[in-house]
Design a protein around this ligand. Sequence first.
Ligand code: ASP
Ligand code: MG
Length: 402
Amino acid sequence: MLIVQKYGGTSMGDCSRIENVAKRVIQSKEHKNANLVVVVSAMSGVTDKLVEYTHHFSALPNPREVDMALSSGERITSALLAIALESMGYKAISLSGRAAGIITDSIHTKARIQHIDTSLIQDYIKQGYIVVIAGFQGVDKNGAVTTLGRGGSDLSAVAIAGALGADLCEIYTDVDGVYTTDPRIEKSARKIDKISYDEMLELASMGAKVLLNRSVELAKKWQIPLVTRSSFSKDEGTMICNEEDIMEAAVVSGIALDKNQARVSMVDVADRPGIAAEIFGALAESHINIDMIVQTIGRDGKTDLDFTIPQSEVEEAKNALKRFESEVGMIEFDCEIAKVSIVGVGMKSHSGVASRAFKTFAQENINIMMISTSEIKVSVIIELKYAELAVRSLHKAYELEK
Ligand code: ASP
Ligand code: MG
């Protein structure tokens, strides 16, 4: 059995915490009689500090040098963990991203992994070593050190697990798993034992920030079961796996809230073929991400077009849409909105899921501005001031506390 474990910055926060991690690693090795590859983050706060240093001399430091500096945080913790493991009588060795064979493209500070040459890792596993790998980094074909984007050590772990064909990839953080909704909003939110990759992707993209979306996508692609759990408790955490491997799938698994969207309303748009292509083409050119789109039925040669974009892209959108002013009655931007989503694979085979949500909103007197659905998700746009109330009422309506 081969397990890849990843420990985040809080778990690696100081020497006594690293000692705890070493004990955990040994426990897993002994209990499960497994070979272990451990991927680590830098101590929490260290990467931020290194970013700050690199920007001391210039507002736009050379990204190649930034990566050289940033990658050091993980090299330190990987070596410290190897030393801690050795001091407890275990064979352990640390590897930088380069030594671990992680080859990336050359886009510094947000490089993508292209290939992993696992031969050295495998050699050390065969010799009985616990292999500790510095996360968040790789090397490009010219030998320059690269980093994978903030939070990227999750990705390192999943990619390494995939390349090694590991049985399991465990991500240790400071939260004990994925919840039915944000526990800060609804106290009765419950930890989910098992959830499918697809549900997790829907929940994560909407603010359940437990795991990087790219890591979940990668785990799905490689078919590696992912577990997210806390390094500070014995709790089992949440397993993210194939839908087929979940015996009793819930109809609804969770409620997600996204407060970072803005609604764009274009009123009295000239209703002619090609207008949507031009409007959304202009937005795409400016790299603006469109989420929901609603177009009303045309009347008297005019139609209304509503859609949502990230709040951070409102200014760009205003610019991109300027050229349509003569063909549109009015363009409005509204940031006082929230998107609430109900996610669950069970929706595929159960009816009435959406209608229960609408009934709940009606009871609470919450007006729905937009609706969109997919096979496993119902999303609605409502006024921002009702966001928390909506989440709590839906959590209750679907009996998620049970
Ligand atoms: N240390 C890096 C960061 O803070 C990578 C990680 O923690 O995943 O972004
Ligand atoms: Mg992290």
